[in-house]
Design a protein around this ligand. Sequence first.
Ligand code: ATP
Length: 791
Amino acid sequence: MATTPLTQESILMRLKISNKILGTGSFAAVHRGTWDGRPCAVKVLLPQHANRPRDPKRSDCPAQMLKREGNMLMRYPHRSLVTCYAVLELHPGFPGLPAGYKCSAPALVLEYLQNGSLYKLLLQQQQTPWSHMYDDRTAMSWSIQIASALAHLHGLSPAIIHRDVKLENAMLNREEAQEGGAGGEAAIARVLSVAGANQPLVKLVDLGLHVAASHLADEQLFRAAMTSSSCDTPSGTAGSTQSPFLCSSTTTVEVVSSNLRSRSPPLFTRATYSGGGGGTISAAKSLRRCGTSGRIGGDIKAAATAGTTTANAIAGGDYSSGGSKSSMPPLFLALVPGSSRMLRVDPRSPGLRNRNAALILSGHLVAEEAKGDTRAGPALGGAGENDPSVAASFERFNSTTQRELSGFASSSSMCWVAAAGAPYSRSETQPTRAFQYRELVTRPGSGLQRQLPPPPPSPPHVTATESLQLAQQMRKSEKRIMKILNKQEQQEEPPSAWAGLADEVLDVTENLITAATGAAAVTNAATRTTTMLTTAMATAMTNAAKTPSALDTGGYGSSSDTSYSGGAGEAAAVAEDVCRGDGGAEAALLCATEWTSMNPPPSPRLAVSSPSMNCATARVMRLYESSVPVESVYRLTGATGSHMTMAPEVYQGLPYNEKADVFSFGVILYELFGRSLLLVTHINTRKPGLPAVMQKPGQYAEAVSQGYRPERTACIPAPVWDLITECWNQDPLARPTMADAELRLREISNQMDNTGIARGARGGGASGIRSARSPRVHVGPTECLGGCTIG
Ligand SMILES: Nc1ncnc2c1ncn2[C@@H]1O[C@H](COP(=O)(O)OP(=O)(O)OP(=O)(O)O)[C@@H](O)[C@H]1O
């Protein structure tokens, strides 16, 4: 079935769409339907989005987002994620499709979740506080299911961030779906009324906003990588059915080199490797599971030797000094949860010999090359276990490099390889088919640096309040920029129309730069990068506006070598990409990070007029243009998701990673165990600790971003509350991983069982859910509704 190509005819045979709408979101309407006779939900892009012209280059338009959602669900299924049976394009006039479609519409055929969302259940619970709809055991079971789905997503490499974790997106289903059910409240009531039935399952839905925390290819590239024959299998694994590679043509690794340890502050030269490679995701998955055997197992063991206990993710990348495919050694990384260590780079690489390399993935230091480890032969097996130099380099690494890079690591969701030692040679800059390299910023003392005046003296200490004000100012400015960009997008204006926008953007940019300069002491990478991104954008827009003809003739794609002549055409192309939100934005950001890490912008005008800035930006852009369509880091700054569950850093428009989901998960725990929705308890309600009554969810998110947290309610068990507060830590890096959170919940659950504490004493049959229609015990509004007894 899965291999049969889906034609419109076969779709017609298999898919029936009824006119019953299960729900409508901002992008899609979800219809009831059947797929091969089984009940299903059909999520179809709304006509207003489907009818818009599509740019295949863009991954952030609603059509692409919907497809990405489906592809992601199909590729990485999980018991607690809604199942996607098919990703389709439905032609206008397809039976059951409402009128209004002029173009074909992407549609997902999803598992039908007939029992509504936990949000609706909670809403109903709050409306009828006398009824106990579920007990703590059930709340715990649901929490664990949601945690395991998120741990699954975050455990992928690169991590996938859901970005919209909330009770609305946690839907109830029975293990055995019943035909003929109806969604919404009726369904909830039916669930509730079935005492003794199987425990309802929770499934996470709506992954439309998901994003890869690092560099994940789109489906096409991913497939290409999976079937690629260019995988450089390490010796000893030939013939193995499972390649120990997670294919690295989907992985772009940032290399930071040169004098890492000897300079203070360290100066970085960065190159980007986007290697080819092979292998399968399933291999990586199984490797992640195995942990103790096989060649990779050896390295995981080495990680354990070095002081860590478990490795829960493995990524592999080709890391090469350039040249032929055969000279591409694999780079293996073990991501150690909650810690920061491991692994080593294949010592076969002559380019890496006698050089220490460290890799940081999503903020974790995960790899290090052992200095002096030049052994050839089995690339990975057992490496490091008995090698004192490996252990020594771990030590060295932890005491120096980690500290030096922590600023980068904590603010970036990208992979970084830090290599100390000899700078890369020019020969390394020659791109090969599967390997590209660009030097983004000139080395210390050359070009860019000389043109810039010395950085201004550090401003006096910036207080937390000032820092917050700056962040808010940033946010305001960002919003304005987004508005401008949206206006541009909606009106589908030609690039020449940027002339009018350029001035406005420059204004905003100045604001940002002022904020950034003032906040230098805060050393906020987000501030810097956003500043520089918008600077680059403004520059490009201005240039484009000045010489619109360059747009017609100037092709940045035409200059593919490392020499760069500059010019408005190039700048305009940068702007175009930045505006369109694809690789250009990332490129500008990458460049900006690098540039500003060495040189905080001394004055807006200087930064704007720096031709080297354009140069570097353009180079990076080309790199990404020919590389994978990476998720734009830029889009990882800015409010995405729901205000009531939004992490502070997301609200503030700072860079964020998968820990934003952890924060939102804390809200889920709070609402589930507390039997109350924050929206109900906090909006239009006077709360202690808050100066004024909040009327909008945005105000709540703002308060949270300033440190406000809801107080514990009596019915939240103490250990659960502890976990909630950890998830709500203002510092994302201090929050637990989802894997940890899941583990903790399981432990709490066991603890509850072992101590024989009668949870849900007041309610629930075997299902743990009580009927809304059969109220039994009245409790006042301040009493616990959950019957919890731990605390
Ligand atoms: N698999 C499903 N089974 C039953 N109902 C569903 C299913 N998926 C979604 N729904 C219903 O359809 C509604 C809209 O779905 P969804 O949230 O996925 O759409 P969206 O356009 O992505 O929404 P949003 O505006 O939140 O991004 C949901 O609130 C839910 O009630």
